[in-house]
Design a protein around this ligand. Structure first.
Ligand SMILES: [Zn+2]
Length: 368
C-alpha cells in the first residue's frame, strides 16, 4: 500500500497522483479523462463552431495518453525531429537574442518510474554525471540560476571564469534531497559547474528528515553546499499546493521559508521555486502572487513551464527544461539546443483545456 500521496497538478489540470511506495519507488495512478463529444455542440449547418472545434481538438489531448510511454516515445521523436530540422536549417546557432536552458532536476536516484518522460523526477547518478560530461564536451557550462540570469541580462563578460565561447546552462534541483549531496555535488565539482537547489524548509533539520519517504539534506549539509558554490533558494516551508491556500498562508509560506534559510545560512536568499505546476489559467492569481514574491524579497522564481529562458524572461515565471532518466545523449542535447521548446506551446494548449474544464481546486478568497 502506498504510504504517502503527492498530488500533482500540471498546468491547471489534475493529471494524476504520485506517491512513494513503501519499497521506495515512485508509482503513479492516473484518472481517466474521457472526452465526450455531442451533436449538441454542432451548429445548425451540421458543422462545428470554430471555438467548439478548437475545444474538442484540445479535448483530444487525452491526459492518460500524455502520461503514457507511447506519448513519451512521440515526445522524443518530435524533439529529435525538430532538432534535426533546426540544425539542418542552421537555426540552432543563429539566435536573435540570448537564450539559456534552465535544467530542472529532482532526485539523483535510479528508482523505476512507470510514467512518460515528461513526468519522471529521478535521474540515475551515473547518467547525471554523463549529462554533465555531454554538456562540457558540447560547449555548455553549468551555472547557478542567478549567474545565468546575469548573463541573460548582460551578456558576455558577466560570468567570470566562463570558458571562451561556452554557453551557460542553469542547473536547478527541487526538494532538497540528500542524493544531491551524495552524487550531485561531486559530479558538479568535477566539471567546474555550479547549480541552484530549492528546499522546502520544514523537511530540513539538524537531524535528517524525509520528504516523500526520501532522505533530505541537513542544515550542515546545506552549508557544505554553499562552500561548493551551490546557490540555495526557497521551495516554500511545507511544499503545499499554494493555489489551494488562502492568501495569508501563501504569504506565510513565502516569508517563513526565506527567513529560516537566511537565519540558518547567514546570507540573503532571493531565489524561489514554485511547488507543483503554475496555475497559468488564473492570471489574476499569478499577478497577485508575483506582487507577494517581490514584497517578500524574492528576485527570481522558477516554474515547471517548459522552454528555455530568454533575455526578456519574466524573472518571476522562469521556464525550465525537465531533465531525468529519459534523457540519453541525443534527447538531452536536443533539449539544450531548443528542440524541446515546442512542449511549452503544447502546455499552452493543455492550459486552455484546463481553462475550458475549470480548475478543480478552489482557493479561499481572503484578504491579506
Ligand atoms: Zn518540489
Amino acid at each position: 500500500m502506498p504510504n504517502e500521496r503527492h498530488e500533482l497538478r500540471e498546468e491547471g489540470l489534475h493529471i494524476g497522483r504520485h506517491w512513494r511506495s513503501g519499497r521506495g519507488l515512485y508509482r503513479s495512478e492516473f484518472g481517466a479523462h474521457a472526452i465526450t463529444q455531442s451533436v449538441d455542440h454542432q451548429s445548425s449547418t451540421g458543422e462545428l463552431a470554430p471555438a467548439r472545434a478548437v475545444s474538442l481538438g484540445i479535448g483530444a489531448l487525452d491526459l492518460a495518453y500524455v502520461q503514457s510511454w507511447r506519448f513519451s516515445s512521440l515526445d522524443r521523436a518530435i524533439t529529435l525531429g525538430v532538432d534535426s530540422a533546426r540544425r539542418g536549417l542552421g537555426l540552432a546557432a543563429n539566435l536573435p537574442q540570448r537564450v539559456m536552458p534552465v535544467l530542472m532536476y529532482h532526485s539523483l536516484s535510479a528508482d523505476e518510474e512507470p510514467v512518460g518522460g515528461y513526468y519522471k523526477v529521478c535521474t540515475p547518478p551515473a547518467l547525471f554525471r554523463s549529462q554533465m560530461e555531454w554538456m562540457r564536451t558540447n560547449g555548455f557550462h553549468g551555472v547557478d540560476l542567478s549567474t545565468g540570469i546575469r548573463w541573460l541580462r548582460n551578456g558576455a563578460g558577466s560570468i567570470p571564469g566562463l570558458p571562451e565561447g561556452a554557453k551557460p546552462v542553469a542547473i536547478t534541483f527541487d526538494d532538497g534531497f540528500h542524493d544531491f549531496y551524495l552524487h550531485g555535488l561531486p559530479a558538479l565539482a568535477d566539471h567546474g559547474f555550479q547549480a541552484t537547489m530549492y528546499v522546502p524548509t520544514s523537511f530540513i533539520g539538524d537531524v535528517r528528515r524525509t520528504f516523500l519517504n526520501r532522505d533530505c539534506m541537513t542544515w550542515a549539509e546545506l552549508r557544505e553546499c554553499l562552500l561548493g558554490h551551490i546557490e540555495l533558494g526557497s521551495h516554500t516551508v511545507s511544499h503545499p499546493v499554494l493555489y489551494s491556500l488562502p492568501w495569508p498562508e501563501i504569504k506565510s509560506q513565502l516569508h517563513h521559508s526565506k527567513q529560516e534559510l537566511e537565519q540558518q545560512l547567514q546570507r540573503t536568499v532571493d531565489a524561489f521555486a514554485y511547488p507543483f505546476a503554475l496555475p497559468s489559467f488564473d492570471q489574476s492569481y499569478l499577478h497577485r502572487l508575483e506582487g507577494l514574491l517581490q514584497e517578500s524579497g524574492y528576485e527570481t522564481c522558477v516554474t515547471t513551464l517548459v522552454g528555455r529562458a530568454t533575455e526578456k524572461e519574466n524573472l518571476l515565471r522562469i521556464k525550465r527544461l525537465p531533465a531525468n532518466s529519459a534523457d540519453d545523449q541525443p534527447l538531452f542535447l536536443a533539449k539544450l539546443r531548443g528542440a524541446y521548446d515546442w512542449m511549452g506551446r503544447f502546455q499552452t494548449l493543455v492550459k486552455l483545456k484546463g481553462k475550458l474544464r475549470k480548475p478543480e481546486i478552489r482557493r479561499t478568497e481572503e484578504s491579506l
